[in-house]
Ligand binder design. Structure first.
Ligand code: ADP
Length: 494
């Protein structure tokens, strides 16, 4: 691949991941251009950007506005775009537009994103390489009768998945033939509406599996794995606690997962970081689920145990560089756990919570990592994903990592919006979590014996009570002073 130097990077994302990418880019001497919608105008990472640009549209639409992002990149003199995760990160059309605009796309080739973003094609490709996939097949909208016959053939329960779906959206479990057509109608509608395609993958629903994934990195020639992660604690098919490495895996199974992940990526001549996801049954069978062709939310646990900077690897490979690492040189040290802080009500089916954060405080710890971009007063709107921040702990053993996470969560204080903090503490204290026997379908049991704390917003340590009174009366937004702030299309943030 041709060597091209990235001098200025546009980060097409928001919140913690924008802050995370910015840090590494600047450390590497790369100028950063950040964008923001009206709701994000006071995000602290903007103050560190070399240039910031307001986006004309609000909410997610702002960060999905492809033409504007490319135009801002040109205006700001950026020669590369990092998409982060979510939004446009796995949009092959956007990746192609970026490339066609003469910019460096910090991600895999658009053709690879398209191939892996389609669950049906990804399954096919994995299967051809001898990687076990969940029994299943893809059907288009007109083929509902054939899909139903197929479901009967593989046996209920089955899982219907929108072929282009992601983020746990567009999936329905079907218990029996009687409810197939309702679920089919829902999934095809969601597929068409959210992902632009109504193809459905009908899969055998695997009972009580664990979600284990392998982090890989490739430079187009060499593909390496950066060990595995356990992401079995999920709600609504979305992860909330992740760990590296996975616990209770036989050495044979672990090596098999690494090998299959590397084989798939190598076959794609994969360039950048990526994740190959599997589900693993209690009796040691495993199945490929999908490949995520981007930086994962949970990359922090891998960074902690390997000491590698995954964003730096992405930027290096995007510039046409080659991995100087060898598989043997990458070592897994200790254990890391990440908790995702969501603004939501676990006791109310994880309904997103909104409001204004008046106070935000957390306890420092030499082995901990906080990923966030919060400045109080911080408004949490329903316009974005409810994930607010991430806490990662790292220790020599899993039990110490759990204990330090409990300590940090106890003092992680958010006043003004309900979060899942107490639910996370509850999960970490469960014997099944400590024994690492939870699976992806454990959530009903975890919820069953959880009682929400008295206060619906995070409980407030007494010491903070005085500060709160002052903060609640603070109405002005704290100033931020980026080096250059630009107007965009003459809107009001001049
Ligand atoms: P998405 O792309 O929306 O993240 P995935 O295919 O990666 O969807 O699956 C997300 C989660 O859904 C998995 O981690 C697992 O918990 C569950 N899941 C997916 N496929 C199956 C299946 N065939 N059987 C049981 N659970 C599944």
């Amino acid at each position: 691949m041709q060597q091209r130097h990235i001098h200025t990077l546009l980060i097409a994302n928001r919140s913690e991941i924008a802050a995370r990418i910015q840090l590494t880019a600047q450390q590497l001497g790369i100028r950063t251009v950040c964008v923001y919608t009206a709701e994000d105008a006071t995000a602290p990472h903007l103050a560190y950007a070399d240039a910031i640009y307001p986006l004309p549209l609000s909410g997610a639409a702002g960060y999905l506005d492809q033409a504007t992002l490319i135009a801002i990149a040109h205006e700001a003199g950026a020669n590369a775009i990092h998409p982060g995760y979510g939004f446009l990160a796995e949009n092959s059309f956007f990746a192609q537009r970026v490339v066609d605009a003469g910019l460096i796309w910090v991600g895999p080739a658009p053709i690879v994103i398209a191939a892996m973003g389609d669950k049906a094609r990804a399954r096919e490709q994995a299967s051809q390489l001898g990687i076990p996939v969940v029994p299943g097949a893809a059907f288009n909208t007109q083929n509902a009768p054939a899909a139903e016959q197929y479901a009967a053939l593989i046996g209920y329960p089955v899982l219907l998945k929108a072929a282009l779906g992601g983020g746990g959206k567009g999936m329905r479990r079907v218990e029996e033939a009687a409810t197939f057509s309702t679920a089919w109608a829902e999934v095809t509608r969601i597929g068409k509406h959210l992902f632009g395609d109504s193809t459905v993958v009908v899969e055998k629903y695997i009972t009580a599996p664990r979600h284990i994934e392998v982090q890989i990195v490739g430079d187009g020639q060499t593909t390496l794995h950066l060990f595995d992660r356990e992401c079995s604690v999920q709600r609504n098919n979305q992860k909330i606690i992740e760990e590296a490495p996975a616990t209770n895996l036989s050495p044979e199974l672990r090596s098999r997962l690494w090998l299959d992940a590397v084989t798939l990526a190598q076959n794609l001549r994969y360039t950048t970081v990526g994740t190959v996801e599997f589900i693993v049954t209690a009796d040691g069978r495993y199945y490929f689920l999908e490949m995520n062709t981007r930086l994962q939310v949970e990359h922090a646990v891998t960074e902690k145990v390997t000491g590698l900077d995954l964003v730096a690897l992405q930027l290096m490979v995007a510039q046409g560089g080659h991995l100087s690492l060898t598989q043997e040189s990458i070592v897994c040290h200790g254990h890391a756990i990440e908790c995702r802080i969501y603004c939501e009500r676990p006791e109310n089916n994880f309904l997103p919570a909104t409001g204004t954060i008046a106070l935000y405080s957390y306890r420092e710890h030499p082995q901990a990592r906080y990923d966030h971009s919060i400045r109080t007063p911080h408004k949490v709107t329903p316009l974005f994903d409810p994930m607010l921040s991430k806490i990662t702990t790292h220790a020599s053993t899993r039990s110490i990592a759990i204990a330090s996470m409990q300590l940090l969560l106890a003092d992680y204080t958010i006043v003004g919006v309900q979060t899942n903090r107490d639910f996370l503490r509850h999960i970490l204290a469960q014997p099944a979590f400590v024994a690492a026997t939870l699976h992806t379908q454990s959530m009903p049991h975890l919820l069953a014996n959880f009682t929400s704390p008295i206060s619906s917003t995070t409980t407030l340590p007494l010491a903070h009570a005085g500060a709160i009174a002052n903060i609640l009366t603070l109405t002005r937004t704290l100033p931020h002073t980026p080096q250059t702030q630009h107007s965009w299309r003459g809107n009001r943030w001049k």
